[in-house]
Design a protein around this ligand. Structure first.
Ligand code: GCU
Length: 334
């Protein structure tokens, strides 16, 4: 099924490329969200910017909604150069490069301000973003994906004890699977595109994500409880094929770098209003109840993961320490 899902769009690409009468270099970018999502809007702004400035040479095509496959499929296509860019959650990048584990740690950031400040600090992110030459890609910017919280079909989650016996979809990352184990639920890793059907057919009891999953992805039609335990702030990352980026001239690279900044700023600006709109629709149209449990028991259950991940991967300790400075600077928001 997955292979078919991937092959059909790829055939379409070949067809489209084959029919393309001009000799412009087509730049293909894949992501897994809808065309209303802030990520898509950011990438469309990128498309416009690149075509305005380098339009005689490049044509940008943005493929939404898993048209090019799941995020894991798209990362693989980016690695080989079959496509040029894709947006992947930091969660799944950990299986391609271990150091991405850092931003998958639950309760890593003391506040949203600390999270944004860390992700904007190039002295923290640059080394990691440029460390994946061997894996065939480079990370070019980060995108806000808000805060991840649990949501369920039937059982309101007020404390970790409520997760016991529930099958909860998590992203395909060992850190997330371990997080669920520590919280007492049963982790069911799967790609994002499969979650709605799994919820609807009772294969899983719930999932965890930001508020847009309720509306943009329809999960709020099935899940009626959304609990602000605030366990993770996992960024999305725009990655590009390493060779493609290396082969740009310095002048072109400068323009692309400005384009990456545009994706980041448009997406983040759109994010704020998108979350507000999603909360409103979920509460007033879909009938989702928002819960505000005491976060402390969730934090306590998750903390051993910081220690074990740092012990197994001491390379990320410097980033972890730098994050603590921002946590002190921007301590917990209300
Ligand atoms: C968020 C995130 C996506 C990710 C998804 C998931 O929506 O923005 O990049 O794929 O969560 O849970 O898989």
């Amino acid at each position: 099924m997955k292979a078919v899902k991937l092959i059909i769009p790829l055939m379409l690409i070949v067809l489209v490329t084959g029919c393309n009468g001009n000799d412009k270099r087509i730049i293909r970018i894949g992501h897994n969200q809808s065309t209303e999502h802030p990520i898509h809007l950011g990438l469309v702004a990128f498309e416009e910017y690149i075509e305005e400035n380098l339009g005689d040479k490049y044509e940008v095509e943005v493929y939404p909604s898993e048209l090019l496959g799941s995020q894991t499929d798209m990362v693989q296509l980016t690695q080989t150069g079959a496509i040029d860019f894709c947006v992947a959650s930091n969660a799944i990048l950990e299986t391609f490069s271990k150091n991405y584990e850092i931003f998958n740690l639950p309760y890593l950031f003391a506040s949203q301000e600390a999270y944004h400040a860390v992700m904007d600090d190039k002295t923290i992110t640059d080394k990691l973003f440029k460390s994946t030459e061997k894996a065939g890609f480079e990370a070019v910017t980060w995108l806000d994906a808000g805060t991840r919280n649990f949501y369920t079909v039937k059982t309101p989650i007020e404390s970790p004890a409520d997760l016991k016996g529930l099958k909860i979809r998590v992203q395909q990352s060992p850190t997330n699977v371990e997080m669920m184990r520590l919280l007492g639920g049963s982790a069911t890793p799967m790609g994002f595109g499969d979650v709605y059907t799994a919820l609807q057919s009772n294969i899983i009891d719930g999932a965890e994500n930001n508020e847009l999953a309720l509306t943009n992805n329809g999960h709020g039609d099935v899940c009626k409880y959304y609990s602000y335990d605030m366990h993770q702030m996992v960024p999305d990352i725009l990655i590009g094929n390493y060779t493609f980026l290396q082969e740009l001239t310095p002048e072109e690279r400068e323009i692309f770098d400005r384009g990456f900044e545009i994706v980041n700023s448009v997406e983040r600006q759109e994010w704020v209003s998108a979350v507000e709109a999603a909360k409103d629709k979920a509460a007033n149209v879909q009938g989702v109840e928002f819960l505000y449990p005491d976060q402390e028991p969730f934090v306590e259950a998750c903390m051993p993961l910081h220690e074990s991940v740092l012990k197994n991967n001491p390379d990320i300790q410097p980033i972890y320490d730098a994050i603590q400075q921002y946590n002190d600077m921007y301590s917990k928001e209300e």
